[in-house]
Design a protein around this ligand. Structure first.
Ligand SMILES: Cc1ncc(COP(=O)(O)O)c(C=O)c1O
Length: 466
């Protein structure tokens, strides 16, 4: 029997996992493998949970959903129907937000390297804020807005000067990272704002990182940034009316009460376990950040306050169904299971040794008591979901029922965020399809499966480039 399994919408009936009334075996049969399955009711619950927690302390609060986590149009539409705005991170994400008709007043735009074209799109759309990553970008936005005779809303992204306790590649809140501006840049920001009256200063943006598991990181960030905002207003006269506290709230990567271990039972490093537990109280983060505001000399009630969650609203609302295609024995007693799902579908396994919990969806009552090595279909040794290369951040085996075999449905949990977006066609593999199980129980396609024709559709073959 599987313990409470990350997502409450996943239930076991007669030994098979179900999303609502739909067994994972039926879904895979009907829609194919690999298949992302989203639960609309879980998305709604995740959003409402955040809104309740933050609205208790921030009366003028809005979620700006970080569309980089999953920018499927139906997911975006659902977020907007729940009163969220959209955080775009590129011209493409801006285009998607505009395509579904989001009010530009509810769009913010992040990114370190916005091109003139992208800036122009944002200025023409009249978005709520450019989260401005550098002085040079501030000038670029000023130049574009001046040329167009329009005003652009700007919120400099400042470096909060904290570490979130996450994987190094997700730490964005320290001065060594490529993101944002140090507080020392603020006098120059004020000078550029004066030089370009077409820039409308709205406030500051900051972001600590992703899968940040320390409440203290969020509250320290706000203590630092709010103090600077107050000083900036006093010293320059540029008064903020908005604050964007960024994203980064974590999700549990493992079912409650379980912790994967190596084959010999030895534990993973404590910091890795903390990341996997991903337990943080969102009401506590909301309360403690608001307390940090007051300690720094500002009342959150006087500001429009945004957060930009991605993972914490969509991550647990999606699972990935795949298929065991081969099983092989090796000396040493740990069999290999090879599925049709590799780092082409879940790239963060490769880049960050990201842990996705896997269960055998059609053996949900069988004890996961047998060690396996678990690989995908790609031509790399690194295409495995256990520690195959000795880096030490993943368990060196995966635990599944003894009888797991070819044809079984492997369910990969917590794959709602940063998978669909990052999939690739590596090794000539068409990208996975996605469906959503609506709150009324109906299943609908939200992304069709790619075909082999799609794989060649953009190539010119031997034709000369135009
Ligand atoms: C600026 C910014 N905002 C929001 C997010 C979303 O973070 P998460 O999905 O961890 O909530 C990110 C992700 O890295 C980001 O860079």
């Amino acid at each position: 029997m599987i313990p409470n399994i990350i997502a409450p919408y996943l239930q076991e009936h007669h030994g098979v996992l179900h999303v609502g009334d739909h067994s994972v075996m039926d879904l895979r049969e009907r829609f194919g493998s690999n298949l992302f399955v989203f639960s609309e009711s879980q998305i709604t619950e995740n959003v409402r949970h955040l809104q309740r927690a933050y609205q208790a302390h921030y009366p003028r609060f809005r979620i700006m959903y970080a569309s980089k986590a999953c920018s499927n149009l139906e997911i975006l539409r659902h977020m907007v129907s729940l009163d969220c705005g959209i955080d775009a991170n590129s011209g493409g994400e801006l285009f998607k937000a505009r395509h579904i008709g989001v009010n530009p007043e509810r769009v913010v735009y992040n990114g370190t390297s916005k091109s003139v074209d992208e800036v122009t799109q944002g200025v023409l759309a009249g978005i709520r804020a450019f989260n401005v990553d550098s002085i040079s970008e501030l000038k670029r936005i000023g130049d574009v807005a001046r040329r167009l005779g329009l005003t652009a809303n700007v919120m400099p992204r400042v470096i909060p000067g904290v570490l979130g306790g996450t994987v190094a590649g997700f730490e964005t809140g320290h001065v060594g990272s490529k993101f944002g501006m140090p507080f020392e840049d603020l006098p120059e920001v004020a000078r550029v704002l004066r030089e370009y009256p077409c820039l409308k200063f709205r406030g500051f943006h900051c972001h600590v990182g992703s899968q940040v598991v320390r409440t203290e990181a969020f509250s320290s960030a706000m203590r630092n940034v709010v103090a600077e905002m107050v000083r900036f207003g006093r010293e320059t006269g540029f008064m903020a009316d908005t604050m964007n506290m960024g994203g980064g709230l974590p999700i549990p990567l493992v079912p409650e009460g379980t912790m994967p271990a190596h084959r010999d039972g030895s534990p993973l490093p404590e910091d890795v376990q903390a990341l996997m537990r991903g337990t943080i109280s969102i009401p506590d983060v909301a309360a403690e950040t608001a307390a940090a505001w007051r300690a720094a000399g500002a009342d959150p009630a006087d500001f429009d306050v945004f957060i930009e969650p991605g993972r914490s609203v969509i991550g647990t609302a999606g699972i990935l169904l795949s298929t065991i295609e081969a099983r092989k024995t090796r000396p040493g007693g740990v069999d290999w299971l090879l599925s049709d799902c590799g780092f082409n579908t879940m790239p963060e396994t490769l880049w960050y040794d990201w842990y996705y919990h896997v269960v055998a969806g059609n053996r949900a009552r069988e004890a996961a008591d047998t060690a396996f090595r678990l690989g995908g279909p790609l031509c790399d040794t690194g295409d495995s979901q256990h520690d195959e290369t000795g880096r030490g951040r993943l368990p060196n085996v995966r635990w599944l029922p003894k009888n797991t075999r070819i044809g079984d449905c492997l369910v990969v949990l917590g794959t709602g965020a940063y998978c669909i977006e990052q999939q690739s066609n590596y090794n000539g593999r068409p990208r996975a399809a996605a469906v959503i199980v609506r709150s009324n129980g109906v299943v609908e396609w939200i992304t069709r499966r790619e075909t082999y024709e799609d794989l060649i559709a953009r190539d010119f073959g031997a034709r000369r480039a135009p």
